[in-house]
Design a protein around this ligand. Sequence first.
Ligand SMILES: C[S@@+](CC[C@H](N)C(=O)[O-])C[C@H]1O[C@@H](n2cnc3c(N)ncnc32)[C@H](O)[C@@H]1O
Length: 244
Amino acid sequence: MTLLLEPRVLWRLLRGIPRHGTPAQRLAKFYGPQADRYDATRESLLRGRRPMLELLDLPPGGHLVELGAGTGAILDRLGSRANGLGRISLVDVCAPLLAVARRRAAGRPNVTVVEADAASWQPDEPVDAVVLSYALTMIPDWFRAVDNACAMLKPGGVIGVTDFHVSRRDPPVGLERHGFATRMFWPLWFGHDGVRPNPDHLPYLLHRFDPGVVLERKAPIPGLAGLRAPYYVFIGRRRKRPGA
Ligand SMILES: C[S@@+](CC[C@H](N)C(=O)[O-])C[C@H]1O[C@@H](n2cnc3c(N)ncnc32)[C@H](O)[C@@H]1O
């Protein structure tokens, strides 16, 4: 997040996410004043987006859903891969960010912008791929959003998730263990803006899907010299067993 922000954007970030109203109202109030500057100010912060998309296997002609799609920046990141997809559905509850997504989607006949809750919206038929990019930490019913993503995927369909996180005190075998200060600091720091790094996100994804790739990395935070926030990239597939 650059520090060269317009006063109204900086003021909104300093005040944090409003405490009152429905989740959609709170997000609209928070993101409304910064919707047009969102993309420019998140570029260096949300480091997992690029590797997650590079690792995501997208079948030509397939249907990709992004839950918590915000401004639809995924369209730019996918580049020419976006044209090879049959359908792209961008789902979010935040009207000001979706207004930016709609402008981006103009002239792209394979893109649909949907104002709906990631925890409950379902496509008309099963899809090939689902993405959650820095969205899970902002979705209150995150476990329902993960279950919902699983339910909309075809058996064998792929999911890509990237987000900030902190580890459990005793993480599952193979995952990193963060120290006490890390586990305490980042939820407090991000919580002000409604972002909740959660020690259960990654273990739940590992439980719910057949894991393909798990990366755990740290990103420098503009304005917090020397501090690096942990994030992960998860690529998995819906299990082929019926009912899984
Ligand atoms: C940090 S932004 C990430 C946006 C985008 N995916 C990206 O990578 O730039 C988190 C997004 O999650 C959305 N969000 C939060 N709760 C949601 C929900 N229940 N259903 C759908 N979207 C939600 C917010 O409105 C916001 O657009």
